[in-house]
Design a protein around this ligand. Structure first.
Ligand code: ZN
Length: 306
């Protein structure tokens, strides 16, 4: 990978500000533990979707591009109980197209800079993003597919179904050469302030969940150029480009989206129990209160279907 074409993900500034505000609201006045579980872990878990089917739409691009993206993204579904409905119409050969009031769970577009996706059901949180705004961006894919496009699709869909970066795991700390990183990422084409570098590369807040020990082969792990690490190629965080799901990714998918009915019920009960406590928590903003209430109602409705 060339030093000058190394591009990292970043949200548009406006979106980033909304996410940070929302995360602050979610954390305000909450206990450290919910039902004995670390609060941040509970929050991260609640970003996962319930097992089932997610609707996906495309803003821009043609059917052949949509088909390519859909085929690759579907690899996730081989290992967990979550399917993507791309709205394929065999008669027209077209996939679901974006509309201005689009309420599809995941809305794929190509219009913004870089690659990014909202994490899990943040994609449908209207405090963060309006229906109709895209929730997953693959810059320029509609013009030309980059060489590592398959890995990028898997990575961004990984975020869209609720997974975090593997290189930000609590498990280890990557030996990034911070002064070099600030210097490099602060310049073109990224122009990242120090805070943005930290947000994207520093370890996640204590408690953020990971389903396994640090897995450098994860599709959720960036392949950083060796110069970014103090120990270069020797770094535990150095890896070649990951373009397929690792064994640990597959395991993570099967735990987050289990097939067995008994496991689904266990997850449902766990989330409903946590949501009940969160709803009762005093001092949260009205919009967070309503978010949790809506979420609980959703799970209750699923339960009566069983
Ligand atoms: Zn990412």
């Amino acid at each position: 990978m060339q030093k000058n074409n190394f591009i990292l993900e970043h949200y548009p500034d406006k979106l980033q500000a909304k996410i940070e505000r929302r995360d602050r609201q979610k954390r305000a006045n909450t206990p450290n533990y919910i039902n004995g579980n670390i609060f941040q872990l509970v929050l991260d878990d609640l970003k996962l979707w319930r097992v089932g089917t997610l609707k996906v739409s495309f803003k821009g691009g043609d059917a052949s591009l949509h088909q390519k993206i859909a085929n690759v993204a579907n690899s996730w579904s081989d290992f967990g109980n979550l399917q993507f409905d791309f709205g394929y119409d065999p008669e027209s050969g077209e996939y679901r197209k974006w509309t201005t009031r689009d309420k599809s769970h995941i809305r794929v577009g190509f219009e913004y800079d870089g690659y990014w996706s909202l994490v899990g059901n943040d994609s449908v949180d209207e405090e963060i993003i309006d229906p109709g705004d895209i929730s997953l961006n693959l810059s320029g894919f509609d013009a030309l597919l980059p060489s590592n496009w398959e890995g990028t699709v898997l990575h961004e869909f990984g975020h869209a179904i609720g997974f975090h970066h593997e290189h930000q795991t609590q498990d280890i700390e990557c030996d990034f050469d911070w002064p070099k990183l600030y210097d490099y990422l602060g310049g073109p084409p990224n122009y990242w302030p120090k805070s943005k570098v930290d947000h994207n590369l520093r370890q996640l807040r204590t408690g953020s969940y990971t389903y396994s020990a640090h897995d450098r082969h994860s599709i959720m792990h960036y392949s950083f150029p060796a110069w970014m690490f103090i120990t270069k190629e020797e770094s535990r965080c150095f890896t070649d480009e990951n373009n397929t799901l690792s064994e640990e990714d597959k395991k993570m998918m099967s735990i987050a989206y289990p097939f067995a009915n008994e496991d689904v019920q266990k997850l449902d009960s766990y989330r409903m129990g946590n949501l009940e406590v969160l709803i009762e928590t005093k001092g949260t903003t009205e919009s967070i209160h309503n978010l949790h209430k809506k979420h609980l109602e959703y799970y209750q409705a699923q339960r009566t279907d069983m």
